[in-house]
Design a protein around this ligand. Structure first.
Ligand code: ADP
Ligand code: MG
Length: 467
């Protein structure tokens, strides 16, 4: 088909023009009466559209009839859609490898003005792969007290993307508590309800890599324009942007553009905005415009239902006492909860053994040991109280007695230092204080450490005990 078109075109234009504008085109495929051709650049495409669209139309209609369509595939280094299938981790060789970008441009479309070479005409026709993982959806995101707020906020956003006050929606919480799952679920639901909207899921890390690449290649404007085309932008793990002022800057511009145009932004982070470090103030204040919803550690009931659901989906039966044993001992990370049950299933089928409580205990023990790397806030409170010869209740009490206040502040300081918990979460666990109190405690300890020799000794002793 393409060769016939070329022959016709060749007969109708100057040889030099043919050589310049038609020889470099590669026919890619013909499907549904649409011919896809690959052109070397966006500029090339624009030139074709501006000067040769009629000729192309005639040539194609001769071959394929009135319903013929032409799809341009632009091969160029400065597109940001990523067409590799969804993978959790992208091997480094693929990083920054930005695939071709497809644009459906009906032959009959009249060409818009091309004053700004960066603006792609027929923008609505750009296909951007959403990078969503359909296995992470609302159906298998089980509800519990620990995630109810975040889950229902996510649902609300999915029902009316850009149309709620939850913009941006920031989902935060510790490792393995379902941030990525929920972020995908929102995107998947939106795609389902509004197939015509452009949704893009991307990790903050990959976003950063793309940005750096665009600076290197002098295509920063293209990078920004690409992101401004998106209706629903989901950025996972924004804490990764800490200290990366260039990326924060560009994200700030993209965010403002999207927000002003009623587009939805969904972010996840391992920390609450108040606890984020090295993120520009103006960006933090944007994060607070919408809703920050926390994913907390799941309670026992939720852990049980997550396990049962997982087993049910895998078609595996397991005695309740074993499920309960796993749920009782693995508390702070859903990924590990699932990991333990998966390795139980694997072990039992591998050894053709019944899953016994004994086996469950062994496996759980391994998981718990592996995760002991981080001391818990409970443990810190215990160690600090013991050291000052008081009980934990006293340490947590409302009293303002100096030595108790100091012990409490030290516990907060070490919780901040040795755990990944947010200031808010530390505060709530150490006598129901707010994040500002914890922040104040950490500063006080820092100051005293510099000025007070006795106090420095406390810190040294306790550090030894805790590490
Ligand atoms: P995060 O991004 O917060 O580190 P993930 O979203 O990767 O955590 O979740 C870890 C694992 O736990 C995933 O396999 C996810 O499907 C599962 N998970 C998390 N929350 C839930 C939930 N509420 N119901 C079912 N599975 C969950
Ligand atoms: Mg994640």
């Amino acid at each position: 088909v393409w060769n016939n078109c070329l022959a016709f075109i060749n007969d109708n234009i100057q040889p030099q023009a043919f050589k310049t504008w038609f020889e470099p085109i590669k026919p890619i495929k013909l499907a549904d009466n649409a011919l896809s051709i690959q052109v070397p650049s966006k500029f090339f495409y624009e030139w074709l559209e501006e000067h040769y669209v009629k000729l192309l139309k005639v040539a194609l209609t001769k071959e394929l009839g009135e319903t013929a369509k032409l799809v341009y595939i632009i091969r160029m280094e400065n597109t940001y859609g990523n067409r590799e299938p969804f993978t959790e981790k992208i091997p480094s060789s693929n990083r920054g490898n930005m695939g071709p970008q497809e644009m459906d441009v009906p032959v009959k479309s009249k060409n818009p003005q091309l004053r700004n070479p960066f603006v792609i005409p027929g923008i609505r026709n750009i296909k951007i792969e959403s990078q969503l993982n359909p296995n992470y959806n609302f159906d298998n995101f089980l509800e519990g007290d620990s995630n109810r707020l975040a889950r229902s906020a996510g649902m609300a956003v999915a029902n009316k993307p850009g149309g709620t006050s939850f913009n941006p929606l920031l989902i935060f919480g510790g490792v393995g508590l379902g941030k990525t799952h929920l972020a995908h679920a929102i995107g998947v639901e939106i795609k389902d309800k509004y197939p015509e909207r452009t949704v893009l899921y991307i990790s903050a890390e990959k976003f950063t890599q793309q940005y750096i690449e665009s600076v290197k290649k002098n295509t920063r404007n293209d990078f920004i324009h690409f992101y401004q085309l998106i209706d629903v932008l989901i950025i996972d793990d924004v804490q990764f942007l800490s200290g990366k002022s260039g990326t924060q800057d560009v994200f700030f511009h993209i965010f403002n553009h999207l927000h002003q145009n009623g587009k939805q932004v969904i972010l996840t982070s391992d920390k609450a905005p108040v606890d984020m470090q090295d993120i520009e103030q103006r960006l933090l204040s944007r994060f607070k415009w919408g809703l920050s919803a926390e994913l907390q550690t799941p309670d026992y009931e939720t852990r049980i239902s997550i396990l049962k659901n997982k087993l049910y989906r895998d078609g595996v039966e397991m005695p309740d006492e074993i499920i309960e044993h796993v749920a009782k001992h693995i508390k702070s990370n859903i990924r590990e909860l699932e990991g333990a049950i998966i390795s139980l299933i694997a072990q039992s089928s591998f050894n053709k053994k019944e899953v016994t409580l004994d086996l469950a205990q062994q496996i759980v023990e391994k998981f718990v040991k592996n995760t002991k790397r981080e001391v818990s806030i409970d443990y810190i409170q215990k160690v600090v109280s013991d050291y000052f010869e008081m009980d934990v209740a006293t340490l947590q009490s409302k009293t303002r007695k100096r030595h108790i206040v100091q012990a409490r502040q030290l516990a907060m300081f070490f919780a901040k230092k040795f755990t990944k918990a947010s200031l808010a979460s530390i505060g709530s666990q150490i006598g129901k204080r707010d994040h500002a109190t914890v922040l104040h405690a950490c500063k006080t300890v820092d100051n005293l450490a510099e000025t007070d020799k006795q106090f420095r000794k406390y810190i040294e002793d306790l550090t030894k005990k805790l590490s």
